[in-house]
Write a protein that binds this ligand. Sequence first.
Ligand code: NAI
Length: 326
Amino acid sequence: SPAPLNVCITGAAGQISYSLLPLLSSGHVFGPDQPLNLHLLEIPPALPALSGVVMEIIDGAYPLVKSVIQTSDPKVAFRGAHIAILVGAFPRRAGMERKDLLAKNLPIFKAQGHALNEVANRDVKVVVVGNPANTNAMVLSHFAPQIPPTNITALTRLDHNRALAQVAKRMDVSVLDVHDVCIWGNHSSTQYPDVTRATADGKQVLPKMGGFGGLAEGFIPLIQKRGATIIQARGMSSAMSAANAISDHLRSWILGDSQVVSMAVPADGSYGINKGVYFSYPVRCVGGGSYEIVQGIELDEFSRKYVEATAAELYAERAEALALFE
Ligand code: NAI
């Protein structure tokens, strides 16, 4: 069997990680022949809880799990990492402004950027999940200059999957028969879930989704607010579906995917988005850890307005973060 993959997870005692670890350990993410070393990072107060999670991994008797490290030192966790899944972040508390959340997370992603830069595998593939995910990815990349910025991504696959599922439901087809759905921009309530070109079973979905008016009134806000709706219902944020989306994101990225998927990646000027922010685009994952932003989409005026709004939010987040750099 191949050499073990060193997979680092931060926030490893949290609820997303609790749903993600079984997917990783069972071979669902990287395949049934790929052994893993799990490198689990937590903050010191959560290390006792993490030790319980590690006992459960051991008790899972997973043949693919070769070793498990538990630590609160990013340099230990990131050493030799091939894959880094950055879930740990400072949580948003009631009354916190976006600025406050950025200020709390900046030192975390700065320190982790430094550590990644120093000790991770040169070709490490990173997915940032902790919010504000796009801007945390931007901060991380800034402080990890040796890691190619395109090796760092932020998760918008959960939003993508939510959009796919809602279209499939509305069109009464399998999710497998829905194509050309994507998420543009920020993983936030300004994201633009775009189904204007989507097809279900080969048919355009736009008319059946109520045209542009129907999208603006129904589908788009439903996807934008889905996370908040789940918090309201569950009293906790989505974890099972988030873990599933991380699994999908990594599988597509590393193993390739015949479908166009959504990933937040460094903006390169495509679709008029300024460099310097991490922006969710439709991407084609060609396998072996490479992807390309899908080019040549003609954005109609309706879509363009949403894309510009989410870009404006990301530029503002970037400016707020840059003001905190020293
Ligand atoms: P959680 O609170 O259950 O777990 C987070 C864990 O991270 C905690 O155990 C905490 O101790 C740890 N942590 C905090 N700071 C850390 C640091 N500096 N280093 C290492 N670990 C640290 O939260 P949950 O539900 O697992 O969510 C985690 C993050 O993911 C949140 O920021 C949430 O907003 C975000 N999220 C993002 C989604 C996306 O689609 N991008 C979807 C769902 C959640």
